[in-house]
Design a protein around this ligand. Structure first.
Ligand code: NAD
Ligand code: ZN
Length: 237
């Protein structure tokens, strides 16, 4: 079977990485997105934004893939599995998933704000294990053009990387079945992908403890955590 798995922040919640929209623990409950996750915010206060992303990258580095990530990776032994994630963490890859498309970029990488250059070693990971709290930190300069480095994530007001979007559309198109896990289905255009799958007549299964705008249309909604949901889907195969 060709399986396309669409994942959002809820996929990583059991690894201790907060989602954006969960009222009590979500990141936006404590920070205003406009202050941190936009090109304007970065230009206004690069040290605040770079320091905040470095701290979040440190949290990802310290987190471990959860049972849900591991079960999805194990599924590759029987099926052709393409994961399309809105997550900027690398937990799918660290669990062993080989085919992962990042719609919203990757927090463990940085690129030049001006010329887009990536450099090695990546400065966003510098001494990341030692970083235990949030701090203001001026972003380093690009070795090619001297511009400032920025996290390689998609910010509010920015377009998705075209290559990733095309890969995601193709993954949905090629799939026999689509699983939608831990996303509020509110962020566009990512939320279009399960809708495309439904229009194309694919079987769409959703795993989310809460209902979302997609829930009334899916073939099956498992109101449970990601790890329990994927285990149930594997058991029922
Ligand atoms: P979201 O915060 O909007 O929604 C998270 C969803 O996960 C909610 O519907 C919630 O009910 C569900 N959820 C919570 N705990 C769950 C669990 N244990 N198992 C399954 N589902 C659970 O996140 P989103 O839909 O991914 O979209 C928001 C944006 O947040 C994306 O752009 C994404 O890049 C970004 N983000 C990424 C990370 C990460 O990389 N881990 C973390 C936070 C936010
Ligand atoms: Zn540059």
């Amino acid at each position: 079977m060709r399986l396309c798995v669409l994942t959002g922040a809820g996929m990583s919640a059991e690894s201790g990485i907060p989602t954006f929209r969960d009222a009590q623990t979500g990141l936006w409950a404590r920070f205003k997105p406009g202050d941190l996750a936009s090109p304007e915010a970065y230009q206004r206060d690069p040290a605040l934004v770079w320091g905040w992303y470095r701290w979040r990258a440190a949290k990802v580095a310290a987190a471990q893939p959860n049972a849900g990530h591991r079960i999805l990776a194990a599924l590759q032994a029987q099926h052709d599995v393409h994961i399309v994630t809105q997550n900027v963490d690398n937990l799918h890859e660290r669990a062993g998933s080989k085919h992962v498309t990042h719609l919203h970029g990757e927090i463990m990488k940085s690129r030049c704000f001006v010329c887009g250059h990536y450099q090695t070693p990546d400065a966003i990971l510098h001494d990341i294990e030692q970083l235990t709290e949030e701090q203001h930190e001026a972003p380093p300069n690009c070795q090619r053009c001297d511009g400032s480095m920025r996290p390689d994530v998609v910010w509010f007001g920015e377009a998705l990387p075209d290559e990733a979007w095309q890969a995601a559309v193709q993954a949905v198109d090629a799939a026999d079945e689509v699983w939608v896990i831990g996303t509020s289905n509110l962020v566009q255009p990512a939320a279009q992908l399960p809708v495309m799958a439904l229009h194309a007549g694919k079987t769409v299964v959703e795993i989310n403890p809460e209902p979302t705008p997609l829930t009334p249309y899916v073939h099956q909604h498992l109101a449970m955590r990601a790890s329990e949901g994927v285990q149930q889907l594997v058991d029922q195969q």
